[in-house]
Design a protein around this ligand. Structure first.
Ligand code: ZN
Length: 242
C-alpha cells in the first residue's frame, strides 16, 4: 500500500502537479494542511486535491486564515497580504471545502496533525524537546505533521528517554522501530534551503517511510505570483528554499 503524504501545498499548483507526477499511482493521499496561502493558485490546488484517491486532509493555519477564522495579526506582513489576497479570490466552493476540514485525525494507526498533536493548528515542532513534550498528546506509535516546511524525523530513544531529530533528504528512509513524529516537508514552499518540492511515501503494512524531493518549474509559479501582485519576498524565497 502506497500512501502519498504531503503538506503545505500553499497554492503552488506547479509544485503540486509535479509532486503528483513524480509520486505516481498511490492508494491514498494524506494532506497535512495549508493547502492555500502564499501561492497564486488556491482554487486550482483545492480542486486538484479533492480529486485524489482516498484523500484525508487537515486544516492548517493558512487555510483558517483564508476563511477569516483566525486573527491575521499573528502573521507577518507578507503572510497577511497573501491571506487577504487569498480571501478575495477563494470561490464559495473552495471556502466550503476548507471549512469542512478537521484539525487532527487518526488513520491506519497514525495520528495526523498540521502543526503538532498538542496544538494542531499552531505549534511548530522545530526541535527534539518540543517533539518530546508532544509524545503524551497522541496514543499511536506514529504521528505525521507539517507546518515547519522542513522534512524531519523525531525518533524516541527509550534508553535515554529523549527524542532524536534527523533531517530527511531525498531518498531517506528513517528507521521506524520506535514512536516517531515525522514531517514530509512542504510541497509549495520548502524552507530547508532546498528549493525542490518535498513529499513522502508511507507504507503502513511494512511501516516504511521514504522522503523525496523533486524539481519543478519555479519560474512559472513566480510569474503567476507577479501577475497576482503577491509580495516580492514571497516570490523570491521559492528560488532559494527558505
Ligand atoms: Zn505552511
Amino acid at each position: 500500500m502506497r500512501i502519498l503524504v504531503i503538506s503545505d501545498i500553499h497554492a503552488n499548483l506547479s509544485a503540486f502537479e509535479t509532486v503528483l507526477d513524480s509520486a505516481g499511482s498511490c492508494d491514498a493521499v494524506w494532506c497535512l494542511g495549508d493547502i492555500v496561502g502564499y501561492g497564486p493558485d488556491p482554487n486550482e490546488c483545492i480542486t486538484l486535491l479533492r480529486g485524489l484517491p482516498n484523500l484525508t486532509c487537515l486544516i492548517g493555519n493558512h487555510d483558517a486564515a483564508a476563511l477569516g477564522t483566525i486573527d491575521l495579526n499573528t502573521f507577518n506582513r507578507e503572510a497577511r497580504t497573501s491571506s487577504h489576497w487569498t480571501q478575495q479570490v477563494l470561490t464559495a466552493e473552495s471556502r466550503a471545502y476548507l471549512q469542512g476540514l478537521p484539525e487532527r485525525i487518526v488513520h491506519e494507526n497514525v495520528t495526523l496533525a498540521h502543526g503538532s498533536p498538542r496544538s494542531p493548528v499552531w505549534e511548530y515542532l522545530l526541535d527534539p524537546i518540543a517533539a518530546y513534550e508532544n509524545l503524551s498528546f497522541f496514543k499511536t506509535d506514529l504521528c505525521f505533521v507539517g507546518h515547519t516546511h522542513i522534512p524531519v524525523a523525531f525518533r524516541y530513544l527509550p534508553d535515554t528517554d529523549e527524542m532524536q531529530s534527523v533531517l530527511l533528504r531525498d531518498g531517506d528512509s528513517p528507521e521506524m522501530d520506535e514512536r516517531m513524529i515525522i514531517n514530509p516537508g512542504s510541497v509549495g514552499q520548502p524552507r530547508d534551503h532546498d528549493s525542490r518540492a518535498a513529499y513522502a511515501i508511507y507504507n503502513p503494512e511494512t511501516r516504511l517511510w521514504r522522503s523525496y524531493r523533486v524539481r519543478y518549474d519555479i519560474r512559472a509559479v513566480q510569474d503567476r505570483m507577479r501577475q497576482a501582485g503577491l509580495p516580492s519576498r514571497l516570490i523570491q524565497r521559492l528560488m532559494e528554499g527558505w
